[in-house]
Structure formats: structure tokens, C-alpha cells
Design a protein around this ligand. Structure first.
Ligand SMILES: NC(=O)c1ccc[n+]([C@@H]2O[C@H](COP(=O)([O-])OP(=O)(O)OC[C@H]3O[C@@H](n4cnc5c(N)ncnc54)[C@H](OP(=O)(O)O)[C@@H]3O)[C@@H](O)[C@H]2O)c1
Length: 381
């Protein structure tokens, strides 16, 4: 089979697609994008003839009929399920995808479950896998599935992998007028599941030209924490710096965010994250927080002109007049789990720190909205 499916065709999903199809040159039906069931954006995308994808200064128009499939359950009905499925919607859409994955097993048995690589940002894998098992148990309770313990439960859980990705991608506009801008090929590190599934996923994805590696000595939670440090220091801290005390917003690059005078704040973040990571055994006592910080600073030097995705997102939402004074989805799925773990481990300083971080960000977003409204009012007069 060796087919790859990517769910959904968002900015990250299209970037994965682009790099797994030889920058749009190899459209052979072996790599396709799948819709999220009931997704409004996907039904609009399906109604257009082609996907518009920027390749340097060229705009590719790739045929929708070949690259966009229906949702998971319709793929099952048509016999076109992929062998490997990259799942990268917003994190708050993941549970619905899990519901559909369980439904695949109910309707077609374990063999219909692809090797699933959860690739949205956030610290969620352990709890999502738990939710997956609970949904399976519920199906057993209601007589929709036979008893799954000890097998095939082991096989099912073995196919649930975590892919933490450095791949980037943007989309300009939405719905039918979307222009996708995939970033350069980025590394995705895979952990979790069983060895057979990890190796099979790796062989298929690298065989298509993707940049994937196995994080063999790391737990999924560990690679989530490593990426959380990158995301929070560039996206969340970036937003705090990008909105000044009058609410003026600037799209700052990593070079501005990682100025030497801002580093003490990055260090404070890293220390609290490391303390929570140690409490949940994502980090061991031997893990050196200084090393993590120096790797982070070095990586920011290599990507100086990059504007973190949350800053791009907030800029876009401000321009559209749609920004709300609440945590953006990516930050929510990092800060909330960190708070949850810090509270459970009674790390009072960390609890206080992450609460303050969250509240300060919300206040800054509120200021940015007010400043934008005032600027619009002045423009209208
Ligand atoms: N973009 C990046 O550079 C990047 C990098 C690493 C990780 N991530 C992570 O990947 C996840 C998804 O991010 P993303 O950047 O791919 O977000 P995105 O493009 O906004 O996609 C997320 C959701 O937006 C809707 N959507 C997708 N395409 C659309 C379109 N053309 N027009 C209107 N709505 C559309 C879909 O929801 P509906 O089905 O409800 O319409 C989709 O599930 C997040 O966890 C993010 O943090 C992103």
C-alpha cells in the first residue's frame, strides 16, 4: 500500500504534502490530503478545481480531484485508507479525529487503522492516547467491539505515534482563495508507538523525500517538552515583545526576540519548563537546562529572519478584525498542560509563573485589539 494521508489541508498539512510530493512534481495519488469530518473549510476547498501553492515566485495549481480525498470514514468505504496518516489540525480538533479513528476500527477491524503520526503542536500525546483507549473501551462496553485486551490493544496503541515537527508553512487567506506557502523542508522527529510502526512510517515518509527521524531514546512527552521551549520562547514571548504597552503590534523576527536583553526571560521560562518536565519524567535529573537554552539560542541565530507563526497569526487576525483577547490555540495547548502538570506536582512557583504568562498575554492581546480599533476609528474620520 505505502500510501500517505495528511489530515487536514491546513498550512502545515499542505507543507507536508508539498515536500512528500517532490515540491509538487510528483502528484501520483500516493500522497493525498484528507478532510476533517464536517470541516467547513474542506468543503469549500473541495469545490475549487485546484490548490494554489507558492513555489518561490511561481504559483502551482495542483488538481484538487487528485490530491484531496474525503474524510477518514469515506476513505474506508472507498478502500483508499492510507498506510501512514499525518494528523495536523488545530490541537482542539484532535479528539474528533480520534473518534473517527476508533470508528474505523469498529467498522473495519484493527487492520484498517493506519499508522497515525500526531503532528499538531502541543503537549497532549499521553492524554490523547488515554482518550483513544477510553473510546475503544466504551465501544466494547456497548457491544460495538469485542474485548481488545491484551491483543489487539497492544497493536492498536503501537500504531499511535507522535511526530514533533520543525516544518513550517503559511496560508494566506482562507477557503477558496487560499494561497499556501510551504516553508523549507523541516525535520519531524517521531517517537511513541511500537518499533515496527515507527520504522515503517520512517521508511515510507523518507522514501517520499521527507525529512523524518526517529527519536529512539526519547519519550513522546520529552520531544513535546523540547518543542514547547522553542514554541513558547519564540511565539509566546515573541507576542509579549511584539505588542508594546500602548498595544502597537509589530511582526518581530527571531533576531529581535532573542536580543541579549531578553534572554533572562527565556532562561526563566526554560527553568520552569524544565522543573515541570522533571516532575513528569520528560526530563531526567541529568538533563542540563543550560544546554537546552544554548541550543535554543543557537537555533534562533540560524533562523534570524523567521517571524514566528503566532505573530503571523495574530497579525492576520488583527488585520481581519477577528482577534480575540484569549490564548491562541497553539499557546493554549502548551500552557494549559504545563499548568495542569505543575499543579499536580505542587510546583507552586511554576504554577504562578505559567498563570502570569497566560494572563499577561491575554492583557497584551486586549491592548492590541483596542489600539487597532482606535487606529481604525481615526482612519474612518
Ligand atoms: N503552520 C506551521 O508553520 C506549523 C508548524 C508546526 C506546527 N504547526 C501546528 O500544526 C497545527 C495546525 O496548524 P496550521 O498552521 O496548519 O493551521 P491552519 O492552516 O489554520 O489549519 C488549522 C485549521 O484551520 C482550518 N483550515 C485549514 N485550511 C483552511 C483554509 N484553507 N481556509 C480556512 N480554514 C482552513 C481547518 O479547520 P476546519 O476544518 O474547522 O475548517 C484546520 O483544521 C497547529 O497545532 C500548529 O501549531 C503549524
Amino acid at each position: 500500500m505505502s500510501r500517505v494521508g495528511i489530515l487536514p489541508p491546513g498550512a502545515l498539512g499542505v507543507s507536508f504534502f508539498y515536500h512528500l510530493s517532490d515540491l509538487g512534481r510528483s502528484i501520483d495519488g500516493q500522497v493525498t490530503m484528507l478532510e476533517r469530518r464536517g470541516s467547513a473549510s474542506s468543503s469549500t476547498l473541495r469545490s475549487q478545481e485546484s490548490f494554489q501553492i507558492a513555489k518561490g515566485s511561481e504559483i502551482l495549481a495542483l488538481p484538487t480531484a487528485t490530491i484531496l480525498q474525503g474524510d477518514l470514514l469515506s476513505c474506508q468505504a472507498q478502500g483508499t485508507l492510507p498506510e501512514v496518516l499525518l494528523v495536523c489540525p488545530n490541537p482542539d480538533q484532535l479528539l474528533e479525529v480520534v473518534t473517527d479513528l476508533v470508528e474505523l476500527i469498529v467498522r473495519g477491524g484493527v487492520e484498517d487503522l493506519p499508522i497515525v503520526v500526531f503532528s499538531a503542536n502541543g503537549i497532549y500525546f499521553q492524554r490523547l492516547r488515554q482518550a483513544f483507549i477510553e473510546k475503544l473501551e466504551e465501544a466494547t462496553l456497548f457491544g460495538r467491539l469485542s474485548d481488545l485486551w491484551p491483543e489487539p490493544m497492544g497493536k492498536i496503541v503501537g500504531r499511535l505515534l507522535r511526530g514533533v515537527t520543525m516544518q513550517t508553512g503559511l496560508r494566506e487567506g482562507s477557503g477558496a482563495s487560499t494561497l499556501y506557502r510551504p516553508g523549507p523542508r523541516g525535520l519531524t522527529r517521531i517517537a511513541g508507538g511500537d518499533l515496527e510502526s515507527r520504522q515503517r512510517a520512517l521508511a515510507i515518509l523518507t522514501g517520499r523525500g521527507g525529512w523524518y527521524e526517529l527519536a529512539e531514546d526519547c519519550s513522546p512527552t520529552r520531544i513535546e517538552f523540547d518543542k514547547a521551549l522553542v514554541n513558547l520562547s519564540s511565539n509566546l514571548m515573541g507576542l509579549l515583545l511584539a505588542i508594546d504597552d500602548q498595544g502597537h503590534f509589530q511582526r518581530l523576527s527571531l533576531a529581535s526576540i532573542f536580543q541579549p536583553q531578553h534572554l533572562p526571560r527565556v532562561r526563566e521560562l526554560a527553568f520552569h519548563l524544565n522543573a515541570v518536565g522533571k516532575a513528569v519524567r520528560a526530563y531526567s535529573e541529568d538533563d542540563d537546562v543550560e544546554l537546552l537554552i544554548s541550543q535554543l539560542v543557537e537555533s534562533s541565530r540560524l533562523h534570524q529572519t523567521h517571524i514566528p507563526s503566532s505573530l503571523q497569526w495574530v497579525g492576520m487576525m488583527l488585520d481581519l478584525g477577528k482577534l480575540e483577547a484569549k490564548m491562541p490555540p497553539t499557546e493554549t495547548w502548551l500552557v494549559d498542560p504545563l499548568l495542569f502538570y505543575a499543579e499536580a506536582a505542587q510546583l507552586d512557583d511554576a504554577v504562578q509563573y505559567f498563570r502570569t504568562l497566560r494572563d499577561t498575554l491575554i492583557q497584551k492581546l486586549q491592548l492590541a485589539i483596542q489600539a487597532k480599533e482606535m487606529a481604525n476609528d481615526r482612519g474612518a474620520k
